[in-house]
Write a protein of this length. Structure first.
Lengths: 284, 284
């Protein structure tokens, strides 16, 4: 007798909601960081920003309840909603609400013996503030001084990132600008520069601003292969030779440097601040 | 008789520490968001990333205790340290530790009935991951298509930001790229474009990708004055005329647009996602 074995249904995936009356960046940052501690569990992540009316709160509750109906698993809710009225509506959903924000604000208020002044949204710098100007200036500095495009403005640089082609200099420069208002130029050391075993003339006067990024050879090969498959530029021999040469420069010139192979842009940027002691221009 | 009244000492400022075994971005984001709810209280903010050894934890405790000695006010500590051993050392400081992370992780573990897999550091995408590649591609797309530099690659754009000169297009494009992997071009509508009351020819085929940024006239004047004081470009009459013309285009061409005058780059970017329904390429 043939027994039909039904395919088991796919395992239900629990939803996690990051909800805020503002951008939801805080709820999302904290929520993702917490969920990353359960790396072998899959979550269906949903971000709902700008829940700042009763109507929008009710719509969010409907979304949460639908997620519960679908998976039969109580969604996790991370919210940073300031209004009591709106938060209570969110709390009425069929979900496990960690209710982080309200509890923490009350604990801080008790500790510092001071009432909060509740207002929605983070203290980000808007487009007419000094912080915003510092940010924009830094972004334009990074753009103008990307990839060795211009080397005549290094007097104004807070830092000059150097490294081989495709070692992460450009996104790091832009992140430093956007996040910290730091003016970062970047300069790729090319084969020509590396042949001389010397710093390029344009960089020599700015020795104390230099910071090197390095990356494992096999990763460098892989990244370059994606860009120009089969080229000499992407060959193992070429990458090995460039690596040897740049390490010799870092070492003989005593240039601080960092292997970024396992790092995100966020990590590269915060490590650079830590290693160099460079001060943020905004944000603290 | 002359009575000497001593100047009262300046009020003591309480310190707030954001401490992590990783970048401290989560601790800082949450901590700043919470403290922003006490906007009339001043805090001395100190970020201590990469506290991943007992020795570094002890050094952090010394810093916290010094802050307490100076102000006689218990510092607030926001930490996201995963290791029990290191967290206990931090907890020994003379401070009020909100101990957010550990408590929340345990609550999540109970709710989802699953043990955490503790590991330091956020789940950011490192330089050899798909997310990283999407990020880098988006950053390079934004750089190559900044400020109308090139209009032949708009087929590959997820969105094309338009607006007057100095309305926040460039930093928004870069933020969309770095944070969400979205490929954003940007194109400034200049006097020449505005005179015709029509969309520039380069933009016409991409009507459905256009998104307009606007800014209050008085702010635009102020921002342009800082760039070119006394110029016609920065005059009230010129700015008013450009505003009138661009609003006419947005309205006649039915282009979604956003007044970003009171917004941070973070807020502009998240609002654009919300209004357009554009999907992130990374991060969710």
């Amino acid at each position: 007798m043939y027994v039909h074995t039904p395919t088991p249904p796919p395992p239900a995936i629990r939803s996690a909601f990051f909800i805020s009356d503002g951008t939801a960046i805080t709820a999302e940052t904290l929520g993702k960081s917490l969920l990353s501690q359960f790396s072998d569990v899959e979550f269906d992540i949903q971000v709902i920003p700008y829940v700042d009316t009763i109507e929008l709160a009710k719509q969010a509750v409907e979304r949460i309840n639908r997620a519960f109906e679908t998976s039969k698993l109580r969604p996790l809710v991370f919210d940073t909603i300031v209004s009591d009225e709106i938060r209570e509506i969110i709390n009425s959903a069929n979900a496990y609400n960690l209710d982080i924000y309200e509890g923490l604000i009350n604990r801080i208020a008790t500790e510092i013996n001071h009432e909060p002044n509740p207002h929605a949204g983070m203290a980000h710098s808007h487009v007419d503030s000094d912080d915003y100007k510092a940010r924009i200036d830094a972004v334009h500095f990074a753009l103008d001084n990307d990839d060795g495009a211009r080397t005549t403005h290094y007097d104004g640089a807070d830092i000059i990132l150097i490294g081989l082609s495709r070692s992460g200099k450009t996104p790091t420069s832009l992140y430093l600008a956007l996040q910290y208002g730091i003016r970062a130029a970047n300069y790729p050391l090319t084969e020509e520069d590396l042949d001389t075993s010397q710093l390029p003339a344009a960089l020599k006067p700015y020795h104390n601003k230099l910071f090197g990024l390095t990356i494992d050879t096999e990763r460098l090969v892989r990244i370059r292969q994606e860009r120009r498959a089969g080229s000499r530029y992407a060959s193992l021999a070429q990458c090995q030779e460039e690596q040897r040469a740049i390490q010799a420069i870092y070492s003989s010139q005593k240039i601080p440097n960092l292997n970024v192979s396992e790092m995100s842009v966020e990590e590269i940027a915060t490590r650079i601040l830590q290693i160099t002691g460079l001060k943020r221009r905004i944000g603290v």
